[in-house]
Write a protein that binds this ligand. Structure first.
Ligand SMILES: Cc1cc2nc3c(=O)[nH]c(=O)nc-3n(C[C@H](O)[C@H](O)[C@H](O)COP(=O)(O)O)c2cc1C
Length: 326
């Protein structure tokens, strides 16, 4: 613990540290979250979950709301463009005891935006506020809101959207320093996070381009933000949490994982995925993770080629293990 790595209080919730795993659709399931908690993530978020799906009690949707075993600090992120759905989803979400409930106001995917959810809310701060109110008015669990800087570079309205969220009960804002139009390209603007932090009286977290522990330190030091959410930087690389904690605490961070450590992590992740999702789904879910773990390792392309043509977990394990002992 220190000046940059420290506990954070989000309304009535005290989280032990300020390095979170960001919500990542298709990635942040129980297995991946466990990998990140084991390496030091202070809190993890579910992937974005549809409020309408929650209300329908769709089995697969409800599964996304479940914390992993021993997961103490877990946020559920919902998305919706409707106040009534938001309000009605809360009682279902609360059954799973989340530490936080987050509203997604940044998703750029056309299908989501067309439904009035995700980044579409940036265009209508008043409606954003009403949706936040319909969540915060129905629970004591702190409500957090994840926004982008604006719809496009001509409409940078993050101060206004954050203010609308704050006035309607949001207890923390996370700003991804890109516009909706930028998607995930270009670089994320730290100056916006700095400006928002100066303006807000609730915790402000930053997101965007956090691929190394040095980038995390740079964001914390140069924006004054209260914490960060690591996103793509953790895929295939949960070691980043360990490295961040060491660096922020002033010690020399562990070196980047070598090939053996990456394969060991892939094997552990596979076991967790089998545990939580069963053999068949684990094969499917793990494909993208296995590609990420083996990126940049010697002979990685040939290894990936073998892995993606396999449809049973025993064979995946044997391919990975034989790679380690070659
Ligand atoms: C594959 C993928 C899935 C994502 N899913 C979500 C999501 O479900 N909810 C959300 O708020 N942001 C989501 N994001 C955005 C990230 O949380 C993060 O804000 C963004 O990637 C910027 O951080 P980075 O540049 O460090 O990756 C997603 C990003 C990616 C690449």
């Amino acid at each position: 613990m220190g000046r940059l790595f420290h506990p954070v209080t989000i309304r009535n919730s005290r989280i032990d540290g300020n390095i979170f795993l960001a919500p990542l659709a298709g990635y942040t399931d129980k297995a991946f979250r466990t990998m990140c908690i084991d390496t030091g993530a202070s809190l993890t978020y579910s992937e974005m979950v549809s409020a309408e799906g929650i209300i329908r009690e769709n089995r697969k949707t409800l599964e996304l709301l479940t914390p992993a075993e021993g997961e103490h600090f877990f946020g559920v992120q919902i998305f919706t463009g409707h106040t009534d759905s938001a309000a009605r989803s809360v009682e279902h979400v609360l059954r799973f005891n989340p530490s936080l409930i987050d509203l997604n106001c940044g998703c750029p995917v056309p299908k989501v935006v067309r439904s009035g959810a995700g980044a579409a809310l940036l265009k209508d701060p008043e409606k954003l506020g009403r949706i936040v109110r319909s969540i915060s008015g129905n629970t004591d669990v702190p409500v957090t809101v994840k926004i982008r800087t604006g719809w496009d570079e001509d409409s940078l309205n993050y101060i206004e959207t954050a203010q609308a969220a704050r006035e309607n009960g949001a207890a923390m804002i996370c700003l991804h320093g890109r516009t909706r139009k930028q998607g995930y390209s270009g670089s994320a603007g730290l100056e916006h996070i700095k400006q928002l932090k100066e303006y807000m009286d609730i915790p402000v977290f930053g997101s965007g381009d956090l691929f190394t522990p040095e980038a995390v330190r740079f964001m914390l030091e140069n924006t004054g933000c209260d914490g960060v959410m690591i996103a793509r930087g953790a895929i295939g690389n949960p070691f980043i949490f360990q490295q961040c904690r060491s660096l922020l605490e002033g010690s020399v961070p562990p070196a980047d994982a070598d090939d053996t450590q990456k394969i060991e992590a892939a094997l552990k992740h596979l076991d967790l995925s089998i545990h939580y999702a069963g053999e068949a789904r684990a094969v499917k879910e793990m494909r993208k993770h296995l590609c990420a773990y083996t990126k940049g390792i010697e002979g990685g392309a040939a290894l990936r080629n073998r892995l993606v043509h396999t449809s049973n977990t025993a064979e995946i394990k044997s391919i990975l293990s034989s790679f380690m002992t070659r």
